[in-house]
Design a protein around this ligand. Sequence first.
Ligand SMILES: C[S@@+](CC[C@H](N)C(=O)[O-])C[C@H]1O[C@@H](n2cnc3c(N)ncnc32)[C@H](O)[C@@H]1O
Ligand SMILES: [Zn+2]
Length: 367
Amino acid sequence: MVWLVEGKAKFIVGSAFYRQASQVARDLAILSAAIYRSDIGSLRVLDAMTGCGVRPLRYWLESQADWVWANEANLEISSILQQNLGEAVGAGRCQVTYLDANRIFFDCYTRQDYYDLVDVDCFGSPNPYLSTSLWGTKIGGLLYLTSTDGRTATGHLPENSLRVYGAYARSHPAAHEQALRLLIGTVQQQAAMQGLGVEPVFSLFAGQTYRVMLRVLASQSLTAKNYGFLGYCHHCGNYQTVSWRQLGRVSCPNDQKALVISGPLWLGSLHEPQQLTRMISLAQEWHWLKRVQLLTIMAAEADFPPYFYTLGEIGRRGKMDIPKRSHLIGALQAMGYRASPTHINAQAIKTDADINTCIAVAPHCLR
Ligand SMILES: C[S@@+](CC[C@H](N)C(=O)[O-])C[C@H]1O[C@@H](n2cnc3c(N)ncnc32)[C@H](O)[C@@H]1O
Ligand SMILES: [Zn+2]
């Protein structure tokens, strides 16, 4: 039997699901949960799709969760979960069930037993669980969602995106950020229908997978300002946000060409900067240096416009070599613009400058 170790968890995988590459998503969730636990004084986690059970173990051992409910639809891996979670169950800190996740969310609602953190790590698109997972989450609690359905949200299957997100997704260079924003926007809209709101604590794109940690709010937080459209000009490469009222009369300010429009989607911040600062401190304390680096970039990009420009696109459109990212950011900042790397694409920048400005400064920023 092969035992794996991740964080403080020791577990077997066997025929259960486990991807080592997703550790970054688990690490950030563990940090958020630990901060929540220290703020509120208690933490009850519902891990609705637990796979081999690595998350419940880590929430218990590292985030100091008082109680973890591990659920998994696949009864065939029960012996693996018994082995992995036996100690937590024996310590009175965990229960394991084998049910469909949606039954559990409604069970929580019926019994008015809401969870501080609900983790929904599904395959594909999370839309069957977007509204239902809210039923099991405490007001003020956290909801952690995953999507692996990149093709739909990055504009390769716009009709499918209409079915999944109620939004039309088009393809463009910043489409991975769009996928995060479609996910947040859809939950925001579903929450609003229940009289609730959500705000992103952090949004993560890693390993072709999209994750959002959302805080559930007691009142609706969807507005026409934070839930709207993204416009991209294929002719010059410029982006702009488009409000509901501008629909039908918007064109690119550089060349008056028609924009390709995606949305509606979330236009607000991708992350909550204060929470990221606290996650960085905790990651430093735990010597998680790679996570400190990642979170530092995430904190810097938090409140930029909802798109980025890739260095390749700037080079191609300016008919020059690809500029060096740090030089381009420095040059834009020296001109008074805001500019930052983005965790979503190591070969891109976020800025409030337009594409023509980026192209104009890029020749001075070559390697
Ligand atoms: C991506 S894996 C979970 C991996 C795990 N969270 C981790 O970090 O390693 C998804 C798991 O959800 C289970 N699953 C799929 N649909 C489900 C449903 N509707 N309810 C409960 N579990 C489900 C699958 O059997 C699979 O084990
Ligand atoms: Zn244009």
